[in-house]
Design a protein around this ligand. Structure first.
Ligand code: ADP
Ligand code: MG
Length: 645
């Protein structure tokens, strides 16, 4: 019998990439920079680094491969380590924010684009790498765009460094032009015809339409003929769809074949991610509920039907107000085509677009606007400044950000004392840049030195970094959950200090899992809605998330040492903690109005304290908030009383 390893080696040889192995290696040998284009699933991400390793490139340095998404970096590294028959984290590893799964042995390193950007801070010439592959370049994330400028610069003084830019779309000329006419290596795709179906009229409720379509396919088509992939916008939506699907399939009776529901999104616990890659058992069908991640970052085999409601969650930024929000937005034509392509990888496929043909041709943009043109740039500006890049207006951007957004970022960093009047990095700024956090959070940590409460402040920062609402509120236990929540708000001192109290109480129980359950605490990122459908998965997530807060805290503690801030505790002086928070978040301050609303200070806007906040009834005269979330109103979330020095 064949071993698993032998089987994997055979599979590698069936990938579209394989026949081009030698030609590709020759092209890499001949050119310093190469643009590589190939259909999703051809083997770019998993095979190219292995080919280069087999050809000896790892003898003089690591091969680094960037991914825009955390899940993709982890999953691909896991796959490649299997293919190479090594333990994940040894020869093959990954590195994502707050999680480094690499070792001295690592020669193939998958990482988020943001992590490679951070590596520049410690190693401006990337000396430990022999090859850098900027993968999924078409995604044009903020970090990828910045990386372009930096790696392009390095290739000039490191002729031995090989640079690969790989992308799924055929828009390769733009990349080639930018990289001084780098040659384009095309891997001919294997794409089967895809039948596209549009709806006759726009759908009022795309989630429901998606579920109905999935069930129709499942019930009317032969079970063995292929799986279903549904594109949804985020975790909450996926969880809702999962619940409804479970409920409705139960109602179908026993004659209908099994429908295996597989969610996949950025925060999905690792244990559950592997499920989407498991082959579907005979007689059953799989329905994968995915975010954009399945568009190009992850290849899922066996998909025959794609359901595309036509939306994704996208960051948008208003440079005038400095306000950033995550909105459900129509996708671009390029995205729609990537999505439909997912159904035609292994045989002819079908794509159900839950919008009209008119919508597709007339309403959708051709391409997604690069993130750099719709995001807050404070973080990037701080990183670039600490890399010694001062003239940002003349940085070699592939598509420059709006000048207004750059100015806004400079203004914020100046207000936080990270930059001086000349726009140069200050000592505070240099320290802030060490933390892989939003500048306001980094400033809060750096300021904690003065108020001698760094111990408390890094716990708060860790809890905030896990993201979203911390409290879990099952439908049948709302009263219990609310009581548990209010316990942490005793004294109504503010949400940041409540987070601190949660963390410290958990620590006192010696990080007990049971304690989390008993207190209805979770920490998954929930944007619109703090009431969640209780599923087994959520429970898994919530314990894991407290553990994650602990991991993050440990790392922040290490970084404190690096910037030479002593770990000092001042837990009884809440004013000191509030002062540190205010030092970071004063750009997010708001003043109480007569009617109980608040007015933000810098760019006046009416906002409210989120009802889940411990201060919702207290209404201090001045507050600072962590973030704004728009639901029925513009709400401030994670609020604390403002306390100036
Ligand atoms: P590309 O980067 O060109 O889109 P990949 O290298 O990601 O292609 O994938 C090539 C093939 O490897 C896929 O078709 C799939 O069969 C397999 N594969 C990739 N990742 C995984 C994984 N995590 N688990 C199982 N199989 C995988
Ligand atoms: Mg890939």
């Amino acid at each position: 019998a064949k071993s698993v390893f032998e089987k994997l080696q055979e599979d590698r040889k069936t990938l579209p990439m394989y026949p081009y192995r030698d030609e590709l290696l020759q092209a890499v040998y001949d050119h310093q920079v190469l643009v590589i284009v190939g259909e999703t699933g051809s083997g770019k991400t998993t095979q190219i680094p292995q080919y280069l390793h087999e050809a000896g490139y790892t003898k003089r340095g690591m091969i680094g491969c960037t991914q825009p998404r955390r899940v993709a970096a982890m999953s691909v590294a896991a796959r490649v380590s299997q293919e190479m028959g090594v333990k994940l984290g040894h020869e093959v590893g990954y590195s994502i924010r707050f999680e480094d799964c690499t070792s001295e042995k690592t020669i193939l390193k998958y990482m988020t684009d943001g992590m490679l950007l951070r590596e520049f801070l410690g190693e401006p010439d990337l000396a430990s790498y022999s090859v850098v592959m900027v993968d999924e370049a078409h995604e044009r994330t903020l970090s990828t765009d910045i990386l372009f400028g930096l790696v392009k610069d390095i290739t000039r003084f490191r002729p031995d460094l090989k640079l690969l830019i790989s992308s799924a779309t055929l828009d390769a000329e733009k990349f080639s032009d930018y990289f001084d006419s780098a040659p384009i290596f095309k891997i001919p795709g294997r794409r089967f015809p895809v039948e596209i179906h549009y709806t006759k009229a726009p759908e009022a409720d795309y989630l429901d339409a998606a579920i109905v379509t999935a069930l129709q396919i499942h019930v009317t088509q032969q079970p063995g003929d292929g799986d279903i992939l549904v594109f949804l916008t985020g975790q909450e939506e996926i969880e809702t769809a999962e619940e409804i699907l479970k409920h409705r399939t139960r109602g179908l009776g026993t004659k209908i074949p099994e429908l295996i529901i597989c969610p996949i999104y950025a925060n999905l616990p690792t244990e559950l991610q592997a499920k989407i890659f498991e082959p579907t058992p005979e007689g059953a069908r799989k329905v994968v509920l995915a975010t954009n991640i399945a568009e190009t970052s992850l290849t899922i085999d066996g998909i025959k039907y794609v359901i595309d409601p036509g939306f994704c969650k996208m960051k948008s930024y208003n440079p005038r107000t400095g306000m950033e929000s995550l909105l459900v937005t129509p996708i671009s034509k390029a995205s729609a085509n990537q999505r439909s392509g997912r159904s035609g990888r292994t045989g002819p496929g079908k794509c159900f677009r839950l919008y009209t043909a008119y919508n597709y041709y007339n309403d959708l943009d051709d391409n997604t606007v690069p993130e750099i043109q719709r995001t807050n740039l404070a973080n990037v500006v701080l990183s670039l400044k600490s890399l010694g890049i001062h003239d940002l207006l003349n940085f070699d951007f592939m598509d420059p950000p709006p000048a207004e957004a750059l100015l806004k970022a400079l203004e914020l960093l100046f207000a936080l004392s990270a930059l001086n009047k000349l726009g140069e990095l200050t000592k505070v700024g240099r320290r802030m840049a060490e933390f892989p956090l939003d500048p306001m959070l980094s400033k809060m940590i750096v300021a904690s030195e003065k108020y001698q409460c760094s111990d408390e402040v890094i716990s708060i920062a860790a809890m905030l970094s896990v993201g979203g609402s911390i409290f879990y509120r099952p439908k049948d236990k709302q009263v219990h959950a609310d009581t548990a929540r209010m316990n942490f708000h005793t004294g109504n001192v503010g949400d940041h200090t409540a987070l601190l109290k949660i963390y410290s109480s958990w620590k006192e129980t010696n990080y007990s899992t049971q304690w989390c359950y008993e207190n209805y605490i979770q920490a998954t990122a929930i944007l619109e809605n703090e009431v969640m459908v209780p599923t087994g998965m959520v429970k898994l997530d919530w314990v894991r998330s407290m553990k994650r807060a602990r991991d993050i805290r440990d790392q922040l503690e290490g970084l404190l040492e690096r910037v030479e801030i002593e770990l000092t505790s001042n837990s009884n002086d809440l004013d000191a903690i509030k002062k540190a928070i205010t030092a970071g978040f004063f750009p997010h301050s708001a003043k109480l109005q007569k009617n109980g609303s608040y007015r933000t200070v810098k760019y006046p806007q009416t906002v409210y304290i989120h009802p889940s906040s411990g201060l919702a009834q207290v209404l201090p005269r001045w507050v600072v908030y962590h973030e704004l979330v728009l639901t029925t109103k513009e709400y401030m979330r994670q609020v604390t009383e403002l306390k100036p020095d």
